[in-house]
Design a protein around this ligand. Sequence first.
Ligand code: PMP
Length: 361
Amino acid sequence: MTRVHNFNAGPAALPLPALERAQRELLDYDSTGMSIMEHSHRGKAFEAVHDEAISLVRQLLDVPDDYHVLFLQGGASHQFAMVPLNLLPPGKSADYILTGGWSEKAYQEAGRVGTVRIAASTEVDKRYTRIPRQEELQLDPSAAYLHMTTNNTLFGTQWHWLPDTGNVPLVADMSSDFLWRRIDVRRFGLIYAGAQKNIGPSGVTVVLARKDLIDGGRKDVPVIFRYATHAASNSLYNTPPTFAIYLVRNVLAYTVETGGLDEMERRNRHKAGLLYGAIDERPDFFLAPVENESRSFMNVVFRLPTEELEKRFVTEAAREGMVGLAGHRSTGGIRVSIYNAIEVTSVERLVEFMKAFVARA
Ligand code: PMP
């Protein structure tokens, strides 16, 4: 078996031990004579997995008791609609900070539901190369909520501070940096994250939400779109994506076994340091568009002097077992996604390749 160094932006690499566990347990889960996929979502076997996955999220992030942890379907894009459907009543307005393509999509979708306002945008010529500063934010003190995207997967920027919103609940799309380190959940009213970057396969989206926000949510939307529905049934209102949740369990159990989020943060900082170090060593060759203080620890983007060289870089890296390096189709360039599951050795390997590539280019 040859596993490649997988730098895909999402779906992305999963920790090998979590996959191996799935392989071991695939045909006969816990001596039940069937796979976890074949179990009823109402049965004891699946329910134990489901509850373990939820409690692992709680444990890793110290989620306070007055927050729900939900497992929903439809991806982060579904949350772009579900957030305003629940939290943006008629007569109120919601603030959005635009820092990339995904926050634009969240803003546009919310605009189809109710009144929205741009509290800040760092867009210049369709590109976003930085995170705004607090003094740039024009916050509406009576907004229903303020929405932000903590890590911008396409543009390689990440928030390294949190806006002060007063009494306005902060809503965050953390799809591409969920669980990369500890956070203070109390700073947020609601957090959502598609699993397929840091914590599992696609198919399940984690939502952390303050209970009072959800309880006070709109009741004039279909029950399936209400957070309260899913909260009241422990995310088992209808059939959940059982296998995706099972894999999230495997990934998070492994995360705990290997030192939890403190160790995860240490490794992630080390990996990003190696990569940015290699980029900064040759600023004449690796062109990093992102402002230093806004650099992402998850998605590292850079350009080479020509598109021709970028193509060669991607092709030659693939030949050496390093894949997923082409930038997003809307931005071009190179993008290296170094989510939780990426080993330090994979980044070391890539850095070696980058140095050799410059030398022969
Ligand atoms: N938000 C962010 C920050 C993303 O990176 C993505 C892309 N995976 C999305 C939202 C959309 O996610 P999904 O495809 O799960 O709807």
